[in-house]
Design a protein around this ligand. Structure first.
Ligand code: EPZ
Length: 421
C-alpha cells in the first residue's frame, strides 16, 4: 500500500492543467448503456473510479476502450443486468447503472451500497423515483431487484432531498420512458447539466437541467454521442487551495470559473487573489490567510467536496473560523488527523471551530476518504518538516496524478510503500 511523503514549505509556482471531472464522467459512462451505438467521451481522467466503472461495464457486456483519455463505450452487446456487491462496495457510483439498465433492458439487479466513511448515504430517493416511473422494486439479499417489463412510464417525481445521484439515475431512466417526466426538487450541480447535455447529444429531450425542475420527454431510442468532459470543479478548488496555502502563484488551465463561484468567493475572502487570464485563471496566495466561516450546501452553495480542503487552509491563520457540514453526517474524519499536525479544531455537532495557528507540523497521518486525503496533502504542503499520508489510494480514486502536478509546481513529494507492523 502506498503512502505519500511530503516535505512542506515550498511555494507552488508555475502552471498546471485541471483534469476532466470524475463526478461528471461516472454517470455519463453509465448513460452510454442507453444506446446500442458507440459513444465517445473525451478528456476522461485516468482514475481508480474510472477503472472500476470499466470493470462494472465489462461485467454487463459493454466494451470500453481508451486512447489518451478519449474513451469509447460500446453497449451493442449489453447482456448482463447486475451490478455486483464486490464492485458497488468499492464505488457507490456503481448504483448509477440502475436507471439505464431498467430503461434499456426492463430489469436490473444492483447491490445496495451499504455504509460509507462520510455518512449513511441511502438510495431511497432513487428507488422511490423509479417506482414512480412504474418499475417494480424489491430488496432481496442485499440487492435492489428492479423490473419494468413493459417499459417505464413518465411521471412527476418530487425528491425529499436534492440528491445528485438520484437526479442522475432518474434523468437517465426517464429518457426512454413513455411520455413526460418531471423531476422536482432536482439537484442543480454542474455534473447534472453535463449529463443532460450528453443525453441531449444522444437524442434525449430534456429541459430545465441546472434548475430544480427538470422535464424529460421520453423518446423510443437514443443514438451515439461524442463530447468532451467538463473540467473537475473540485480538483480546481483543491489546486486553488494548494496555491493559497503555500503563498504560491499558479496559473490553472482548463477551469470553468462559473462552476466554482462559491469556492472562489470564500477563497477571495480568505485573501487569495483569483483572476482570469487569457490562458487560464491565476491564483496567488496571501502572505497571511484570513479566517472565514463556511457552510456546505447543495450547488450553487459551497460544496461538501471542498469542505476538508478549505478546513486545511483555515488551520493556518490567526483567527477563528467555523466550518459547518450540512450534507453528510460524518464528514469530519480529517479533523483528528489535522489535529495530529498541530491544528486546533473543536467539533460541536455539525460544526468545526478551527482556531488558526501560525504553522502546522509534519506528522504521519491516515487518509480516510478521497477529500480527507486531499486535505491532508494540502496541510502537508505548508507544514514544517515531513508529513506522511498513509492509505493514499483514497486520493487516487478521484485525483489524476495530483502528486505529479504538485511536484511540477515545486512541491517536494514522493511515494513510498507503507510499512506494515
Ligand atoms: C454525489 O454523491 C457525489 N458523488 C459526491 O462526491 C458528493 O459529495 C455528493 O454528490 C454531494 O454533492 C458523485 O457524483 C459520484 P447525494 P451522491 O445523493 O450522489 C442524501 C466525492 O468526494 N440522500 O446528492 O451520493 C444523502 O445521504 C463524492 O467526489 C438521501 O437521503 O450524493 C446526503 O445526505 C463523495 N437519499 C444527501 O442526500 C437518497 O436516496 C446528498 O447526497 C440519496 C441521497
Amino acid at each position: 500500500m502506498d503512502k505519500m511523503v511530503i516535505r512542506g514549505g515550498e511555494r507552488l509556482l508555475g502552471q498546471t492543467r485541471v483534469s476532466g471531472s470524475k463526478n461528471a464522467a461516472l454517470p455519463i459512462l453509465c448513460a452510454a448503456i442507453l444506446t446500442p451505438e458507440p459513444c465517445t467521451l473525451r478528456g476522461v481522467p485516468a482514475l481508480r473510479d474510472i477503472r472500476t466503472t470499466r470493470l462494472l461495464l465489462d461485467r454487463l457486456g459493454v466494451k470500453m476502450s481508451a486512447d489518451a483519455g478519449d474513451v469509447v463505450i460500446d453497449a451493442k452487446n449489453l447482456s448482463g443486468h447486475e451490478a455486483p456487491y464486490e464492485i458497488v462496495k468499492t464505488m457507490r457510483a456503481g448504483v448509477l447503472v440502475l436507471g439505464p439498465l431498467v430503461a434499456r433492458l426492463g430489469r436490473a439487479r444492483v447491490s445496495l451500497p451499504g455504509g460509507c466513511a462520510i455518512g449513511a448515504r441511502p438510495i431511497d430517493q432513487h428507488l422511490k423515483g423509479l417506482e414512480k416511473l412504474g418499475a417494480h422494486i424489491r430488496l432481496e439479499h442485499g440487492y435492489v431487484e428492479a423490473e419494468a417489463p413493459q417499459g417505464l412510464k413518465g411521471a412527476v417525481i418530487n425528491f425529499d432531498v436534492p440528491t445528485v445521484g438520484g437526479t442522475e439515475n432518474l434523468l437517465m431512466a426517464a429518457t426512454l420512458a413513455q411520455g413526460k417526466t418531471v423531476i422536482a426538487n432536482a439537484a442543480r450541480e454542474p455534473e447534472i447539466e453535463a449529463l443532460a447535455e450528453w443525453l441531449r447529444a444522444m437524442g434525449a429531450k430534456i429541459d430545465g437541467d441546472g434548475t430544480d425542475e427538470i422535464t424529460i420527454r421520453g423518446v423510443t431510442e437514443l443514438h451515439g454521442a461524442d463530447l468532451p468532459l467538463i473540467p473537475d470543479r473540485i480538483e480546481t478548488g483543491t489546486l486553488m487551495v494548494a496555491a493559497g496555502i503555500t503563498q504560491g502563484n499558479v496559473l490553472l488551465q482548463n477551469v470553468r470559473l462559473d462552476q466554482v463561484e462559491a469556492v472562489v468567493d470564500k477563497l477571495r475572502q480568505a485573501g487569495l487573489v483569483i483572476e482570469p487570464e487569457n490562458d487560464g485563471v491565476r491564483v496567488v496566495g496571501p502572505h497571511k490567510v484570513r479566517a472565514v466561516d463556511v457552510r456546505t450546501h447543495p450547488y450553487p452553495g459551497f460544496p461538501t467536496d471542498m469542505q476538508a480542503q478549505f478546513m486545511a487552509l483555515m488551520c493556518i491563520n490567526d483567527g477563528l473560523s467555523v466550518v459547518t457540514e450540512t450534507i453528510f453526517e460524518n464528514r469530519f474524519m480529517h479533523v483528528l488527523e489535522l489535529q495530529r499536525m498541530g491544528a486546533s479544531i473543536h467539533i460541536e455537532g455539525r460544526s468545526a471551530m478551527v482556531r488558526g495557528t501560525p504553522f502546522l507540523s509534519g506528522a504521519p497521518v491516515m487518509a480516510t476518504d478521497l477529500r480527507a486525503s486531499a486535505s491532508l496533502v494540502l496541510a502537508g504542503l505548508t507544514a514544517e518538516g515531513v508529513t506522511e499520508v498513509q492509505r493514499i489510494y483514497h486520493l487516487d480514486r478521484g485525483y489524476e496524478r495530483l502528486d505529479d502536478k504538485l511536484i511540477a509546481l515545486g512541491a517536494k513529494i514522493s511515494r513510498a510503500t507503507q510499512d506494515t507492523v
